[in-house]
Design a protein around this ligand. Structure first.
Ligand code: SF4
Length: 620
């Protein structure tokens, strides 16, 4: 390959202490693009159906993309791919900052880890030299503290660190990985997988050039894309407030999750929104090469204590704020900081604490079970205490640490108002008035996460005008284009928020790699990857029943606000799902057909899928 790829994947077998390199074939690299695509293919090929996600045979794959690390707007992204301990199915989580860029400069496109180390280690990747180093002295420390200490001990403040906190070590099912003091691979429990492998951190430093096939053409596109972004009229609000501005947007439209998604309008929204945050913001932060600088660096002081956090972002402020009835930004900032250091996902944590608060107020759980905590909506101290208890698996925190499936197994009465799909706690949009967003969450390949398709804005606008086909088509388009950014290794926010034409990324790909490609072709590859992740899930038992929103969406009308009285009709959703399957070329049970897989160049996947379904029938 002429450019974009470093041509080497680092392989580490932790059980055998074995470090090696693998050179991907060009055809394979092209077909699966990079990042999420490479990871999905590795998981399909190498991870057995009955693998224990926290056992030695699970693989965790860290993949940058062909655009990562170059002068492309926001090209610092890397995907972490595996089988999730929270859901038992395909999972990926994306991390910003500059770790992915540095990994390429160190000579690697990706890292594939397997096995379990006998003792805690960190992986040192130093410009092509790799070693496993003892991490006994860092084990037990917070992720932020670990990053700082490793930089001091190595004597280089410019290295990049991806670390877990105590939650990952304690195998909390929604533990995350943190890099650059607050950029997180938050969802699906990647931190727990690292904890199970006894890897506290990966440290990377690199000085290599990333090759570019056509430098002149590349520089023209880079210049044009940065110019377009710098002239965009809404860049200013993004640089001032980042995603936190979405609090006002969601509240005004009546889709802001409030008190565990019971309500959709939060009276104190302005206390936790972007304007309030600007009062404590000290500066903006950006991921690698990003002109949007959407990160908010906030500092709060209480007596002698100073809390510094990059955030909160919208999802954090909504899930640890309005969803828990918390009406002051300071508590949310403290909770955000705690989650970053303990190494737990803010979305899943907020979702679960909100669920428990509703259960507590309904008398399903008592003060005896909470260890004396008054777990009522609005109790900020209770939220902070619960986060500690979850990460350390203390008291009720030990059950919550197992995720929403375990919580609703223990207290079945919570099932009707547990906001989750496929075992992943839902992120921060109420979908009762948005069938398209309900479909997006329910058919997302990692569970109820907005990362694959964010269609709520258009869907609300077109609520009564759109047909099921219009809605399903938009969800499918998003499910192809948004994950494509994860394959390429760039952030999608410029495309979504600043309306930067997605064709520009195909032009970047062509100039960097020297492989002439159009957006249409890249989208076809992304479609193939979506079908591949569906196949991974199908062989693990996922079917139509798992593609439905939580019960509350069908049963509890929105009680107040602009969308008062709205809820989703089951028949309407059935039709929408039928349409979605038809357009995708999947059977009415949600299984990709042989013809679809063949059309997408996945003939061998079709054969395996058929075999596994036959086996299942045989052993039923
Ligand atoms: Fe990072 Fe925000 Fe830039 Fe995306 S827009 S790369 S999240 S700073």
């Amino acid at each position: 390959m002429k450019g974009g790829y470093m041509g080497s994947t680092l392989r580490i077998d932790l059980s055998k202490n074995k470090i090696s390199e693998e050179k991907p074939e060009k055809s394979w690299a092209v077909k699966y693009v990079g990042g999420r695509g490479w990871g999905a293919r590795k998981v399909w090929e190498e991870v057995g159906v009955n693998v224990d996600p926290l056992g030695p045979d699970n693989l965790v794959f860290f993949g940058s993309g062909p655009l990562t690390g170059l002068l492309v707007p926001s090209a610092g992204k890397m995907s972490i791919v595996s089988i999730s301990p929270a859901t038992g199915i395909y999972a990926d989580s994306n991390v910003g900052g500059a770790f992915g860029a540095e990994l390429k400069q160190a000579g690697y496109d990706a890292i594939a880890l397997r096995g379990v180390s006998k003792k805690p280690v960190y992986i040192m990747i130093d410009d092509g030299d790799v070693e496993l180093r003892e991490a006994k002295e860092y084990w037990g420390a917070g992720a932020l503290v670990t990053e700082e200490q490793l930089k001091k001990d190595i004597g280089d403040n410019n290295i990049h660190v991806l670390a877990i906190g105590p939650a990952g070590e304690n195998l909390v099912k929604f533990a995350c990985m943190t890099s650059d003091y607050g950029r997180n691979a938050g969802r699906t429990g990647m931190g727990a997988i690292m904890g199970s492998k006894k890897v506290k951190a990966i440290v990377v430093r690199g000085f290599k050039d990333i090759p570019i096939a056509d430098v002149d053409r590349f520089m023209d596109i880079a210049y044009e894309s940065y110019r377009l972004i710098s002239e965009n009229e809404i860049l200013d609000i993004w640089q001032r407030q980042g995603t936190l501005q979405v609090i006002d947007w969601a509240n005004e439209r009546g889709v802001l999750p409030t008190k565990n998604f019971q309500e959709t309008v939060f009276e104190q929204a302005e206390e936790i929104g972007g304007d309030k945050m600007e009062e404590v913001k000290t500066t903006s932060r950006a991921c690698f090469a990003c002109p949007m600088t959407c990160g908010n660096y906030c500092v709060i002081r209480e007596g002698d204590t100073k809390v510094v956090v990059e955030g909160p972002e919208y999802e954090t402020a909504a899930m640890l704020g309005s969803a828990c009835g918390i009406r002051d930004l300071k508590t949310i900032i403290k909770a955000n900081n705690l989650c970053d250091d303990l190494g737990i996902d803010t979305i899943s944590s907020g979702n679960l604490i909100g669920l428990l608060m509703e259960a507590y107020e309904k008398g399903i759980i008592t003060k005896d079970e909470t260890g004396g905590i008054e777990l009522k909506f609005g109790n900020g101290e209770a939220v902070l205490k619960m986060l500690e208890m979850i990460a350390k698996r203390e008291g009720i925190g030990g059950i919550v640490a197992e995720g929403v499936k375990a919580v609703t197994e223990k207290w079945k009465e919570m099932k009707p108002f547990a906001m989750q799909t496929k075992g992943l706690e839902q992120s921060a949009y109420d979908t009762r008035a948005s069938p398209g967003m309900a479909l997006a969450y329910a058919t997302c390949d990692v569970g109820a996460h907005h990362s694959r398709a964010w269609v709520i804005s258009k869907d609300l606008e077109m609520r009564d005008k759109w047909t099921a086909e219009d809605r399903a088509k938009l969800v499918i388009y998003h499910q192809h284009v948004r994950p494509l950014f994860d394959c390429l290794g760039v952030c999608r926010l410029e495309w979504i928020e600043l309306s930067i034409d997605e064709n520009i990324y195909a032009d970047f790909y062509t100039s960097i790699t020297g492989i002439k490609t159009t957006l249409k072709e890249l989208l076809e590859r992304s479609e193939a990857i979506y079908n591949l992740t569906r196949a991974i899930n199908v062989v693990r038992g996922i079917s139509r029943a798992d593609d439905y929103p939580p019960e509350r969406v069908f049963c509890d009308p929105i009680p107040s606000g602009p969308l008062r009285g709205r809820l989703l009709q089951r028949e309407e959703y059935d039709r929408l799902l039928d349409t979605y399957y038809r357009l995708r070329g999947w059977s009415d049970k949600g299984i990709p057909t042989k013809e679809t897989l063949k059309r997408l160049g996945l003939k061998e996947v079709a054969l395996e899928l058929e075999k596994s379904r036959k086996l299942k029938r045989k052993y039923k």
